[in-house]
Design a protein around this ligand. Structure first.
Ligand code: AMP
Length: 418
């Protein structure tokens, strides 16, 4: 057998039990929190027409120039596995004429062709929220608090929230020009990528991780110095709302984020425990994107969080000793029907139940129960059936006792509570 058939593609992961349960736990926590803030779920395709991303993330962005999984399908269409969530959501909102304003959240896999390392994958999971049609700076602040709320609920305490404003179409050109001039004078110090970025999007140089570029932009003009009155007011209101809500944050003049569609507020959460890939998530305002898609002018703000990094930063949850699962054991084939009935009764009452149909011997079934880490076994034999009882074995203590057959659901539930 070829080696590639046995190995997952580079940069991807298998989430195996019990860790897969941890991923689900974090996802569910996010869903509940998003619903609590008034967001509703949206599920969009994992691939879109390539144009959806090129036109929004920006033709000069790292995502579009280096990281997209793009392909032609058999019908010669240009398609791309989604590298991020916002463009697909905006496309879906417009195509389906959703009523605005609307608050949406998503959970799912995303794809970027990048160099895999700790916390960085080619397929990764993101959760995100998008508030479309809301202009108030208080919404920016609420979304920033929402992200913090999510991290707090997972016990992530070393998270720093950085906030900035990159201005709007009115004030950005002046900053861009002065930044371009500044960088042109120091062109030879910039990496080849940044030299190419200089004309197209000099702001991106702030994102560059190359040491000489980082040193060069340290004294560069920053967007905040050029904010127009309206942007300055918006930013002040975001910051004071964050302070009012008790959220510690760091004003960071150089936080521009790597996507073209942001304006005004940009923000990011970083964790000191993560190493080089320290960004847990981030987002910003994108008041022009819906209009750029051909829709009505619609202010909007959103946030995306990476689940792998979130799980790396979160303290491990205590492992439950046993799963909330009842294993139904049958002694002879004559009790198999009764075992099926019991398992179905338990499931209908919301109690997880499983049967090993293949092991004819009781010992084999107990072994299976142990391997699944079930909390208990409900044992059904001919004597039990004749008496209208089952045996309930607690797999944590090893204790076994008879219970009336019609109380099985309550008895198993009581055992889960211990
Ligand atoms: P971005 O869409 O680039 O703003 O990313 C938002 C968040 O998604 C980041 O802060 C990371 O937590 C996560 N993320 C982005 N790219 C990757 C990747 N290649 N692997 C793992 N997580 C990622």
């Amino acid at each position: 057998m070829s080696e590639t058939r046995r190995a997952r593609p580079k940069g991807t992961q298998d989430f195996l039990p019990p860790d897969s349960a941890r991923l689900q736990h974090v996802e569910n926590l996010f869903r509940h929190l998003a619903e609590r803030y008034g967001y509703q779920a949206i599920v969009t395709p994992t691939f879109e027409h390539t144009e959806v991303f090129v036109k929004s993330s920006g033709e000069g962005s790292d995502i579009v120039t280096k990281e997209m999984y793009s392909f032609k399908d058999r019908g010669d269409r240009d398609l791309t596995l989604r590298p991020e969530g916002t463009p697909g959501v905006v496309r879906a909102v417009l195509e389906n004429r959703l009523r605005l304003p609307c608050r949406l959240y998503y959970v799912g896999p995303f794809f970027r062709y990048c160099r895999p390392q700790k916390g960085r994958f080619r397929e990764f999971y993101q959760v995100g929220v998008e508030a479309l049609g809301e202009a108030s700076p208080l919404v920016d602040a609420e979304i920033i608090c929402f992200g913090d709320d999510f991290f707090q609920s997972l016990g992530i305490t070393d998270c720093t929230t950085r906030v900035n404003s990159i201005g709007c179409r009115e004030c950005r050109p002046a900053h861009r020009e002065s930044l371009r001039k500044f960088l042109l004078e120091r062109k030879e110090r910039l990496c080849a990528d940044c030299q190419a970025r200089l004309e197209r999007n000099p702001l991106r140089v702030f994102d560059c991780k190359v040491e000489t570029c980082r040193l060069t932009v340290q004294d560069a003009p920053v967007p905040r110095q050029y904010l127009c009155k309206a942007c300055e007011r918006h930013h002040d209101q975001v910051l004071s709302a964050l302070s009012r809500r008790g959220l510690l944050h760091e004003a960071n003049d150089r936080l521009v984020r790597g996507l073209d569609y942001y304006n005004r507020t940009t923000f990011e959460y970083v964790s000191a425990s993560l190493g080089a890939q320290d960004s847990l998530g981030g987002g910003g305002r994108y008041d022009y994107l819906v209009g750029d898609f051909g829709g009505p002018d619609t202010p909007a703000v959103g946030l995306a969080i990476g689940l792998e990094r979130t799980m790396l930063a979160a303290p491990a949850l205590p492992e439950p000793q046993r799963r909330h699962l009842a294993f139904v054991v049958w002694l002879t084939p004559a009790e198999l029907r009764a075992a099926e009935d019991v398992a179905d009764r338990l499931r209908a009452a919301g109690v997880p139940a499983q049967i090993d149909y293949d092991s004819a011997k009781v010992k084999g079934q107990f072994k299976s129960a142990d391997a699944t880490r079930a909390a208990c076994c409900v044992v059904i034999g001919p004597d039990e059936l004749a008496k209208g009882v089952y045996s309930l074995k607690d797999l944590v203590t090893g204790e076994q006792r008879e219970i009336p057959s019609d109380t099985v659901t309550e008895e198993v539930r009581a055992l889960f509570r211990d």
